[in-house]
Design a protein around this ligand. Sequence first.
Ligand SMILES: Nc1ncnc2c1ncn2[C@@H]1O[C@H](COP(=O)(O)OP(=O)(O)OP(=O)(O)O)[C@@H](O)[C@H]1O
Ligand SMILES: [Mg+2]
Length: 255
Amino acid sequence: MSAPTATAARPTISVTGLVKSFTDPKRGTLNAVNNVSFDVFPGEVFGLLGPNGAGKTTTLRILATLLKPTSGTAVLNGFDIVRDPGRVRQQIGFLSGETGLYARLTPREILSFFGEMNGITGAQLKTRVSETMDRFGITAFADVRTDKLSTGMKQKTAIARTVLHDPPILILDEPTSGLDVPTARTIEQCIVDAKTRGKCIVYSTHVMEEAEYLCDRIAVISDGSLKITGTMQQLREATGKQRLREIFLGLLGME
Ligand SMILES: Nc1ncnc2c1ncn2[C@@H]1O[C@H](COP(=O)(O)OP(=O)(O)OP(=O)(O)O)[C@@H](O)[C@H]1O
Ligand SMILES: [Mg+2]
C-alpha cells in the first residue's frame, strides 16, 4: 500500500506533543504517553504497535476524547480534542474492548440505538442496520442478547457499531484481538474498505503480519514514546532489518 507523499492532502489527524500522566500511590507519577506527535492522512491506515503497557490504548482514548491529555493536543478533521470534544466525537468511530455493547440488548437493538444517537432515523436507519449486519455476518444472531454471544460475535457487533454512521475517522484499539482467522479477515476487510473510501484509520495491534499487510505507516511506541514512524520501507532502511517482527524486537532492544 502506498504512503502519502509530503505534498499530499492535509492530515485528517494531527497529534502534537501529547502527554498523559497518571499518578497512583504505588507507582507515583507515570508518563503513560510522553510527547507523542504524528499525522494521519485521508485514505491512510496508521498502525500503533507496542508492547503491553506502552501507551497505545491511552493515546487512542485521548484521540477519542474519553481521556483529557495532561498537555499537548490533537486536531481531528479540523476539531481540537481539548477545545471541541463534542465535534471531535462526531468525526470518529471508536472501538475499544467491548465499548457500547449493552449485555441485555441484542445486536439489532444496539445498532439501532447507536444509529439514532448519531442522527439516523426511520427507514434509513432500518436499511443501514440491516446492511451493516449483513456485511459483518451478524444477521444470524441479530436478535440474541449480547451477553449470550461469543467473543467473535461481540467483536463483529462492536465493529459494526463503530462504522454504522460512516464517520470519516476510525480509531480501533486491537480490533482483531482474540478473533479466529475468518472473523479477523472480515475486520481487516472492513479496514481496507474504509481506506479505499478515503477514511482515516488509526489502529493498534499486536499482530505483526496484520500490521505489515494493512498499514500504510507504522509507529512503534514503548514506555509512552514513539521509537520510529514510517512506511515498512522506511522502517527497513532505518533498522537494516526486513520483517516487522525483527524490526519491532530490535527497537525494544531484544535482538
Ligand atoms: N487510568 C489509569 N490510571 C493509572 N495508570 C494507567 C491508567 N490507564 C493506563 N495506565 C497506565 O498507563 C500505561 C499505558 O497503558 P495503556 O493501556 O495505554 O497500554 P497499552 O499500550 O494499550 O498496553 P496493552 O498492549 O497491554 O493494551 C500502563 O503503565 C498503565 O498501567
Ligand atoms: Mg491497550
